[in-house]
Design a protein around this ligand. Structure first.
Ligand SMILES: *[C@@H]1O[C@H](CO)[C@@H](O)[C@H](O)[C@H]1NC(C)=O
Ligand SMILES: [Zn+2]
Ligand SMILES: [Zn+2]
Length: 344
């Protein structure tokens, strides 16, 4: 029994660690979190240590740095090493289909490719040279984005849907959020790569989870493990139960079971975030706009035509161009520089 508690504890700590990193990577949320945490820990932890921690958090989340890229690649490398060295061989012995086993590698290639593109692509940085052109891409709604507002840091006029990124210290066109995992802003010009990156990362975590589960289930079924009996510490005979089975599998394949726990939690977290990102893309919203959460943005939902509680005036809104044009805007973003050139 104590083994199961330990295992659940492991799962819970992986989950909590990942959730914490996700929350902290959103700059605005981390402020409240750090403040709340600091209040609790100020009684326990000495001041010099607190200051060091504060400096570390500031470095990690409020300056451009490669730490999360390295962490990302290390974790991905570990999962794929384990997959290649142990699981792949075992599954081949069990005569799993090779196509099925190679799928994670295909996803890895696409994932790494889109990862690099997300990291290095200009997200749509606003400069003196392109400021005027960006101003014409979106209309000002005068609710969230007002005309004639200047960025206090860059001293450039703010185009509609843009935002100043405090980490990178520049204004970005159609700003979505700053992502520490790619050490770059997500904006008009790289959000398509970001979505592909997110999709393939979720899919590769899910396929590795499915292959490992299939392997363990196959093994249990093949060897009739659940029909076995075992003798406990007090010398009593027991029929195999689930807890003992998990314990047995963990002791026989510790790395595979550990990895399975990690990728299962990861698949759910990434899957949830992917749904959110796709929902935003389909409704022509950015995370920034969603976060500022004005009610006026509710009409962007593509289901609004069938929504009984939606008000009729909603349909007249000029911004609602439908699902396909919203996705088109993500995958074929406006490059005002070329467009303007053609017109002139
Ligand atoms: C998305 O919304 C903006 C207004 O914020 C609008 O100018 C643009 O045309 C919309 N795009 C689509 C494809 O609906
Ligand atoms: Zn700015
Ligand atoms: Zn940024």
């Amino acid at each position: 029994m104590d083994f199961l508690v330990l295992f659940l504890f492991y799962l819970a700590s992986v989950l909590m660690g990942l959730v914490l990193i996700c929350i902290c990577s959103k700059t605005h949320c981390s402020k409240g979190l750090v403040k709340g945490g600091a209040q609790i820990f100020s009684y326990i932890i000495p001041e010099c240590l607190q200051r060091a921690m504060h400096r570390l958090l500031h470095y990690l989340f409020h300056t451009r740095n490669h730490s999360f890229i390295v962490l990302h690649l290390v974790l991905q490398g570990m999962v794929y090493t384990e997959y290649t060295w142990e699981l792949f061989g075992y599954c081949q012995e069990l005569e799993f289909s090779l196509y099925y086993l190679l799928l994670p590698y295909l996803l890895l290639i696409v994932n790494l490719f889109s990862f690099i593109l997300t990291c290095v692509t200009n997200p749509g940085i606003i400069t003196k040279a392109n400021e005027l052109l960006f101003l014409h891409v979106y209309e000002f709604d005068e609710v969230m984005f007002l005309k004639n507002v200047r960025c206090s840091t860059c001293d450039l006029r703010k185009p509609a849907r843009s935002k100043h990124c405090s980490v990178c210290n520049w204004c970005v066109h159609r700003f979505d959020h700053h992502c520490v995992w790619v050490n770059n802003c997500i904006g008009a010009w790289n959000i398509r790569y970001f979505l592909i990156y997110l999709l393939t990362l979720t899919a590769s975590a899910a396929t590795v989870a499915i292959v490992s589960t299939a392997f363990l289930v196959h093994l249990v079924v093949m060897s009739d493990l659940y029909q076995e009996t075992y003798i406990d510490d007090f010398g009593r005979l027991h029929i195999m139960d689930t807890v003992f089975l998990i314990q047995y599998l963990f002791l026989t394949f510790p790395r595979i079971v550990f990895m399975l726990g990690f990728v299962v939690v990861l698949s759910f977290l990434l899957g949830g975030y992917l749904c959110f990102a796709v929902y935003l893309a389909a409704t022509n919203q950015t995370t920034n706009e969603w976060h500022r959460g004005d009610r006026a943005w509710c009409w962007r939902c593509p289901l609004v035509a069938w929504c009984p509680s939606a008000e009729p005036q909603i349909h007249q809104n000029i911004h609602s161009h439908g699902l396909w044009s919203n996705l088109q805007e993500i995958f074929l973003p406006a490059f005002p520089y070329h467009e303007r050139k053609k017109q002139e």
